[in-house]
Design a protein around this ligand. Structure first.
Ligand code: G3P
Length: 213
C-alpha cells in the first residue's frame, strides 16, 4: 500500500518525508487556501521535496477551462497528477488527458458507479472520500470494498486512493480491503507509529539496561 500525505503545508511534507514512508502528495483547493499561497508555488515546492505523484486540482467546472488549467498544472513538474471532480465535465476531461498519457486523479467519489465511470475513462487514481461518507452515517469503507470488487472483476488498472482518511482505523481497514493508496493528513500518519505497549516496553528495556551498567 502506498502512503500519500494530504496537505498543502510544505513544512508538514518535509516532516513526513524524513520518515521515508511517503510515496506521494495530494492537495485540494481547501488545503491550498489554508496554506495562504498560490497553488503553482506550493506544487513546485512539493516537487522539490517528494519524488512521486503530486495531485493538483482544477478549479474550472467546464471542459475547456479544465483542459486549460490541466495544461498549466502539468507544466509545473512531470510528477503532477491532474485532479478532476467527478462530474460530466471531469470524466470527459479524464478521458482526454488519459488518452494523452497525462495522469489523473478523479476526486469527490461517493459511489461505486462513479468509480466505474472514472476507471472506464482511464483515470490513474479514483479518490473515494471515506470520512465524509462516515460523516453522514453511511459506511465509507464499504465503498472502498465495492470499488475493489468492481475493478478486480474487470481488471481495471485505476488505483483506489482512499481519501478523507480521518484516523488510524481507516488506514488499517483500507489496507485490509485492498486500497492501493491511502492519503492522510500528517496527524493520522503520526498516529500510525503509536502503541502504548511500545512505549511501556521501551521504558522497561531502558530501565533494565541502566541496571546492567
Ligand atoms: O483531499 C481530499 C480529502 O482527503 C479531503 O478530506 O477530511 O476534508 O474530508 P476531508
Amino acid at each position: 500500500m502506498e502512503f500519500f500525505i494530504d496537505t498543502g503545508d510544505v513544512e508538514e511534507i518535509k516532516t513526513a518525508a524524513k520518515w521515508g514512508l511517503i510515496n506521494g502528495v495530494t492537495t485540494n483547493p481547501s488545503l491550498i487556501a489554508k496554506s495562504g499561497r498560490k497553488q503553482a508555488d506550493v506544487i513546485k515546492e512539493i516537487s522539490e521535496i517528494i519524488d512521486g505523484p503530486i495531485s493538483a486540482e482544477v478549479i474550472a467546472t467546464d471542459v475547456d477551462g479544465m483542459l486549460k488549467e490541466a495544461s498549466e498544472l502539468a507544466k509545473i513538474h512531470d510528477n503532477v497528477v491532474i485532479k478532476l471532480p467527478l462530474t460530466e465535465a471531469g470524466i470527459t476531461v479524464c478521458k482526454m488527458l488519459s488518452d494523452k498519457g497525462i495522469k489523473t486523479n478523479v476526486t469527490l467519489c461517493f459511489s461505486p458507479n462513479q468509480a466505474l465511470l472514472a476507471a472506464k475513462n482511464g483515470a490513474t487514481y479514483i479518490s473515494p472520500f471515506i470520512g465524509r461518507i462516515d460523516d453522514i452515517g453511511h459506511d465509507g469503507m464499504a465503498l472502498i470494498e465495492e470499488i475493489r470488487t468492481i475493478y478486480d472483476n474487470y481488471g481495471f488498472q485505476t488505483q483506489i486512493l482512499a481519501a478523507s482518511v480521518r484516523h488510524s482505523t481507516h488506514v488499517r481497514d483500507a489496507a485490509i480491503v485492498g486500497a492501493d493508496v491511502a492519503t492522510m493528513p500528517l496527524n493520522v500518519i503520526q498516529k500510525l507509529f503509536k502503541h502504548p505497549l511500545t512505549d511501556i516496553g521501551l521504558e522497561t528495556f531502558l530501565k533494565d539496561h541502566q541496571k546492567s551498567l
